[in-house]
Structures are given as structure tokens and as C-alpha cells.
Design a binder for this molecule. Structure first.
Ligand code: CA
Length: 407
């Protein structure tokens, strides 16, 4: 009997060592994947429907998550870090910031045909005023900090890392890069109704040419390094960190994501006047809801359900710590919102706190959730344990210390 118990504890120790080693390598793998693809490749998507007069957010399945209706021909939208949404309302000549309930938190009026709007890192706001023929930057008190005027139908502007500003001057058929002093330091001309521009991390520039029906990436010298053609009035394009591009195709009433092999990997159709698109960062799943018994018996499998919902409708996997030195490594993938069942057996009559967390496809993890369970002593086992403790007191202390160190 003594030999069997010693053997059992050694086996348990070796098994636990493998469990923790595997958990460590899994997290490294997930981090690697996350670093490669970034967090915005498959988050929710913010879309401006100008004709339908709304801004909407959809998840990866295209399901409506949030919307703001009744807007007056919105032309651009951006989700801010605090969860509010910055919107350019072309028909009302104003820029607004609304909270998740639609309440206006900030507003600037009297802008003549606001098109693009961008919240800058310094907290100021960059506005493209199409009918006013200018691009300007204002602070929170509506003071003009910087402006560039006399533009021919500007459609888009972007502040880039070095403090310069890229401007899409649509009627002049060109993109210009302007420094802080107002000097044009770079330009690309002979474009066909350019409506959107974005400087990429490698120094190339992504341009949407509405009349040419194409989206191009050009290098500093104007050489085309990538071209997506055959589009019907493309109106906006956003580059994602894995090389995919999100494109708004106005006349085809859709937004879609195209990969470097020109395959469409995601799409939302049936939109009325789509005008702008933005991929939002991935959101981690909710902490798992743990349901199951709060009192159980020793040596008896007890069943628990773990349920987490991912705001992006991503798949989720669960990690469970049973509070007795054992863990369940990441579970098989489950659909968001589906319950996952696990059982566990305890062998000591004490109180335990089960800890569980969820992780989505992109490695974003939830907060921990916990569930308390009491395993009371019972007559059948008390004698057995007391005899065991009497016989192997040192072994029990070693095992207890091992659990404490591991956790
Ligand atoms: Ca997610």
C-alpha cells in the first residue's frame, strides 16, 4: 500500500510538470501570432452609410453590434480610445463626438461641407472642409492650430508620423504632402479623382482613385507597387497589418477585405451609400460565467459549465485552475456564447476556488472568473485520511508545499 501511494504522488508530480510546460509554450505561440497579424485584422468594423444616414458597427459575422441613425449625410467616422465615436456630418456642417448611447459629447458647427475628420495623438482634431477648400487642425476649445487653404475640393487628410499632413486634393487630381510651415514637400499628380490617402509604415502610400476604379500603393517615386482594379467607385481604403486592405465600394454598395493574393476574405453587402470604413481593434472575450455545484463530494466527478462571449464573435478557449495544484490547459475551441463543460474530482476535504479565463482566436484574454466550492469531510473518508496522514505526514507536507509553489 505504501509503495503504491508513493508511486501515485510521483506520477502526479511529473504530470503537473508537463502541464505547466505546455501552458508556457502555448502562450508564446499565441503571442507570436498576435504580433504578426496585429489586433485589427479581425475586430469589429465601423462603417459610414451616407445615404442610409447612419454609422454602424458590425462584428466579424456582419451582425449589427451598434449604430447611430438619423445622421444628416455622415461622411466619416472614427472610434476614439474612450469608446466614443467621432463623426463628420456633412449635411449639418458639423463634427460631433457621441457616446455609446448616441448622446453628443462634443460638437463644432459652421464647417462648410466637412468630409474627413481625424483625432490626432495630441488630442486635437484634423478636419477636411471640402466646400471651404481647406484642411485645418483645431484644439478642444475650437482654436485653429494649423491650416492649409485654397485647395481644390479636398476630400481627405491624414497627419503622418513626422508631423506633415497628407492631403487628397480631388479636383486637382493630386495628393500633396505639406509640412508644418505649409510647404508642399511631396506630391503625386495625374490621379483620377483621388478621394482617400494613407501613408503606410514602409513609406509607401495607399491611394483610392474613385473615377479610375482602383486602389493603388505607390512608392516615394510614384511607382505602383500594388494595384486593385475593376472597382466601381471605390471611396475609402484602409491597410491592415497582415497586408489585407479594407475597401469601400460605393456603387456596389459594399465593403470588403481583400488579401495580398487579391482574394476577398470578408465582406458586408447591401449597404446604402457606404462612404467610409474603419477596422476596430480586437476585443477580448468576457470573463467566463462558471456554473456548477457549490458543494460536492470527494472522489466524485463534479461538472462545471464555462461560458464566455466574444464581442467580435470570435471563437474562445478556456483555461481552468482547480485550486488543488491541477489545471486544465486551453480547451478545444468553442463558438462564442456556447457553454463548455468540464469535470473535476477533488481528493481533500477543504474549500476550493476555481479560476477560469477565456481567450479568443487572436490571443486576447479575458479577466479571471472564479467559483467557490466546498468539499466537506464525510465519515467514509475521514478515517481513511486520518490513517494516511498518520502514516505519511512528511509526504503530505511536501505535496502541499509543491502546490503552493506551483500556484
Ligand atoms: Ca475578440
Amino acid at each position: 500500500m505504501k509503495k503504491k501511494m508513493i508511486c501515485l504522488f510521483f506520477c502526479l508530480t511529473i504530470l503537473l510538470s508537463f502541464t505547466f510546460t505546455f501552458a508556457s509554450s502555448e502562450s508564446i505561440k499565441q503571442k507570436y501570432i498576435r504580433d504578426i497579424i496585429g489586433t485589427e485584422v479581425k475586430g469589429n468594423t465601423l462603417i459610414v452609410e451616407k445615404i442610409n444616414k447612419r454609422v454602424l458597427e458590425v462584428d466579424t459575422t456582419g451582425k449589427l453590434i451598434w449604430q447611430k441613425t438619423g445622421l444628416n449625410f455622415p461622411s466619416d467616422a472614427e472610434r476614439l480610445d474612450n469608446g466614443n465615436t467621432l463623426i463628420s456630418e456633412y449635411g449639418s456642417n458639423r463634427i460631433i463626438v457621441i457616446d455609446s448611447t448616441g448622446k453628443i459629447e462634443w460638437e463644432i458647427t459652421g464647417i462648410s461641407g466637412p468630409q474627413d475628420v481625424e483625432r490626432l495623438d495630441n488630442g486635437n482634431t484634423l478636419i477636411t472642409e471640402t466646400l471651404g477648400s481647406r484642411v485645418f487642425e483645431i484644439d478642444n476649445f475650437n482654436n485653429i492650430i494649423w491650416e492649409f487653404t485654397d485647395l481644390l475640393w479636398p476630400m481627405d487628410a491624414e497627419r503622418i508620423d513626422d508631423g506633415n499632413t497628407l492631403i487628397c486634393e480631388s479636383l486637382a487630381s493630386r495628393i500633396i504632402e505639406v509640412d508644418k510651415e505649409g510647404n508642399i514637400i511631396w506630391l503625386i499628380s495625374n490621379l483620377s479623382n483621388p478621394v482617400d490617402v494613407e501613408r503606410l509604415h514602409d513609406g509607401t502610400t495607399l491611394i483610392t482613385e474613385a473615377n479610375a476604379g482602383r486602389v493603388i500603393i505607390i512608392d516615394t517615386w510614384g511607382n505602383i507597387v500594388r494595384e486593385i482594379t475593376g472597382l466601381d467607385s471605390p471611396w475609402d481604403a484602409e491597410y491592415l497589418s497582415n497586408g489585407d486592405i479594407l475597401i469601400v465600394e460605393y456603387a456596389n454598395e459594399r465593403v470588403f477585405q481583400i488579401n495580398p493574393d487579391d482574394e476577398i476574405v470578408w465582406e458586408v453587402t447591401g449597404l446604402e451609400g457606404p462612404f467610409d470604413v474603419e477596422r476596430l481593434p480586437n476585443i477580448p472575450p468576457s470573463p467566463p460565467d462558471i456554473t456548477g455545484p457549490t458543494v460536492g463530494k470527494m472522489f466524485t466527478p463534479l461538472y462545471f459549465n464555462f461560458t464566455s462571449t466574444d464581442p467580435n464573435a470570435d471563437r474562445v478557449t478556456y483555461y481552468v485552475i482547480w485550486d488543488d495544484g491541477t489545471t486544465n490547459n486551453w480547451s478545444p475551441w468553442q463558438n462564442s456564447g456556447d457553454s463548455y463543460c468540464e469535470n473535476h474530482t477533488w481528493y481533500l476535504p477543504i474549500n476550493y476556488t476555481i479560476l477560469a479565463k477565456a481567450k479568443d482566436d487572436y490571443g486576447s484574454e479575458s479577466e479571471w472568473a472564479k467559483h467557490e466550492i466546498i468539499i466537506p469531510r464525510n465519515k467514509a473518508t475521514i478515517n481513511w485520511y486520518e490513517r494516511l496522514l498518520d502514516r505519511f505526514p512528511i509526504l503530505f507536507r511536501m505535496l502541499r508545499n509543491f502546490w503552493t509553489i506551483s500556484l
